[in-house]
Every structure is written in C-alpha cells, then in structure tokens.
Ligand binder design. Structure first.
Ligand code: Q9C
Ligand code: ZN
Length: 343
C-alpha cells in the first residue's frame, strides 16, 4: 500500500490547549506523524509519496467558502491585530442568545464564529499544514481512483471534528469528507465513511447528515461522558434524504476489543448493505489502552484485526489518519491496521 505524506505538517507545532483549566502543550504534535512515517518505512508498507498540490475547490465543496477563506488568513489577521500570544485561540462563541447572523471584523470574534471549541489553535505554520493535509488526502484518493486497492493518507492535522463551517478538536479541514466528496465527483455513486477514531466524528456527520450518497458510520466513546459531548448519540440516523444513512455506535469507558469488534462487525454489515463504490476510513488509534486522553482498551495486537475485517468488505479503501496520542505506539497501531489489511 502506498502512503502519501507531506513534511509541511511540521509547521503546525508548539500549540497549546486547555486541560483542566490549564494551558498545556498540545497533544496533537508533529512527532505523531513522524512516528507513523518511520513505522511505514520499517514495516516496508510501500512507497511514500509527496502530495500533489490541489487548489481549494475540492475543500470548498464540503466547507463554506468563507470558512476556507478564514482559515487561510487567520495567522495574517492575528498578526495584523498586533497579538503576540504563542497561538491564536478563540475565547467567545455566538451561542444561544447571541447573534450568529453577523460576523464581526475582529479576528478574536471570527475565531469563535468559526469554531465549536478552543481546541484548534493557530500558529505560524498552521495553514500550510492544514492545506498540505488536505492535499495528502486528495492525492491518496487519486491513487485509489486509478486502481490501487487501498492507499494511506498520512494526514496531519486530523480532520473529522471539522464541519462545513467550523473547526475544533485539533481539526480544520475535514480531510476524509473532502476525499469522500472527491470520490463522488470522480465516478463513485455512493461512498461510505467508517470513522473508528475514539472521538465521535461530529464534523463528518454534520457535513453529510442530510445526504443519501455518503453513508457515515461512527464507532466512538459515548458523548454523554466524552468529547465532543454534543453529538454522537445512537438516535442520530440522518435527516431528509439522508434518513437512515448515519449510524452511531457510542460505547462506554473501558470498552475493549470484545465489545468494540461487535460494533465494527455491525458497521461493516451496514456498509455491505449500502454497496458503496469506495470506503473512506477515518483512522484514529486513540482507542489504544495507553492513549493519554482516551478511555478505551484496545491493544496493539487488535489493530491488524481491524484491517483484516475492513479488507473482507472487498472494496477499495482510502485510509485517512485522524487521532492517536500515545506517540510511542502510534506507528505500531496505525500501521498495524494497514498491514492487517494487506494480509
Ligand atoms: N483539552 C481527535 O482525536 N480533547 N481530536 C479535549 C481538553 C479534545 C480529539 C480535552 C480531543 C480532540 C482528532
Ligand atoms: Zn480522536
């Protein structure tokens, strides 16, 4: 299997996030991608290719155009405002009782307008990394569309929390959603997105919620207890034409392979029934027992079994990297899925 990877991810570095009332170094850090790349090499998974540059038209098909314009100008606006803090972060949101029908000029306000949390910090190299991550997904999608059985988009930053017009949870552009839409625009009648990251992929769900041409399946921690809290319940099945095309599998803290694999089995049966032309896997490995911010208990030996089950679908697959914060083992676990797929 070929991997697409961009060194530009490394510019998105030295970020910060709020944990228990304290501003701490971000868990979503450059070494994540470097450990995965090193494991792709040592396991001889296949060639590692740079992304081809794409214009932003593919991203604008799932994201609002003004949101993409915002992302590409945050850092320059932040600097023009004279701010000197280490990262641009929102601190005010147009929630219930406030007006979201007007977008203030101030960059502080725009950061809140286009986000649902303070979990998507901007630093100098963030936009270039975000853009390259999207290029990585589109380039790997192109490999699948030209006949590769599967490809690995080693995306960083991740994407599945980003919605049509909001960032959050370390995510800016929804790489998996952009790729799914790209497949639709390049010959696929139906696409399934299988999201196995520990956190519910609220952005992907929001983007495709009313559509019948993109099925979305999410295996994740119960939002009653875990981030992103405000979406991801089992009764969210889609709306309008998309009714019945969204499937959530919320699971409690402590979930291990025995229970998790039953959800995977059910999701795979639903993918089979949908008969998509291609599957996009949002590949998070923060389900790992030693993940520092998560509470599932998958073991390293479980990840190849995930790949093996996905292989059994008998469909072309694009793997898109999402979360996973146990940096020492992130390569073993992510590449474990891919080698399990290869058999
Ligand atoms: N800072 C992905 O795995 N956690 N995003 C907030 C307090 C947010 C995870 C905890 C987790 C976001 C792609
Ligand atoms: Zn996650």
């Amino acid at each position: 299997m070929k991997t697409v990877f961009s060194p530009l991810h490394a510019g998105h570095a030295d970020t910060f996030e709020l944990v228990a009332g304290e501003l701490v170094p971000g868990f979503e850090k450059p070494s994540r991608a470097e450990f995965i790349r090193a494991r792709v090499e040592s396991e001889k998974l296949g060639d590692i290719l740079p992304p081809q540059e794409h214009d932003l038209s593919a991203a604008r098909k799932v994201h609002a155009s003004d949101y993409i314009d915002f992302l590409s100008t945050v850092w320059s606006q932040w600097q023009a405002a004279g701010h000197t803090g280490p990262a641009a972060l929102p601190y005010v949101w147009p929630t219930r009782g406030l007006r979201a029908d007007r977008r203030p000029r101030a960059i502080e306000a725009q950061l809140g307008y286009y986000s649902f949390d303070a979990g998507a910090p901007f630093v100098k190299g963030t936009w270039e990394a975000v853009k390259s991550s999207c290029d990585v997904a589109l380039t790997a999608a192109g490999l699948v569309n030209t006949g590769e059985r599967a490809a690995f988009a080693l995306c960083r930053p991740p994407g599945h929390h980003a919605g049509s017009a909001f960032m959050g949870g370390y995510c800016y552009i929804n790489n998996a959603a952009v790729a799914a839409q790209w497949f639709r625009d390049h010959g696929a009648a139906r696409v399934s997105v299988l999201d196995i990251d520990y956190h519910h992929g609220n952005g992907t769900q929001e983007i495709f919620y009313s559509r019948a041409d993109v099925q979305v399946l999410n295996l994740h921690a119960d939002p009653m207890a875990e981030y992103p809290f405000f979406l991801g319940h089992a009764d969210e099945h889609g709306s309008g034409a998309g009714q019945g095309c969204n499937h959530n599998y919320p699971m409690p803290a402590g979930t291990a392979w025995d229970e998790w694999s039953l959800a995977l089995e059910d999701a795979c049966a639903k993918i089979g029934a949908c008969r998509p032309d291609v599957v996009v896997v949002s590949l998070g490995v923060d389900t790992f027992e030693k993940d520092p911010i998560s509470r599932f208990r998958l073991k390293s030996s479980d990840y190849p079994l995930i790949g093996k089950r996905i292989r059994k679908l008998g469909l072309p697959v694009l793997f898109v990297m999402e979360g996973g914060y146990a940096v020492e083992e992130i390569g073993i676990n992510a590449v474990g899925v891919l080698t399990g797929f290869e058999g």
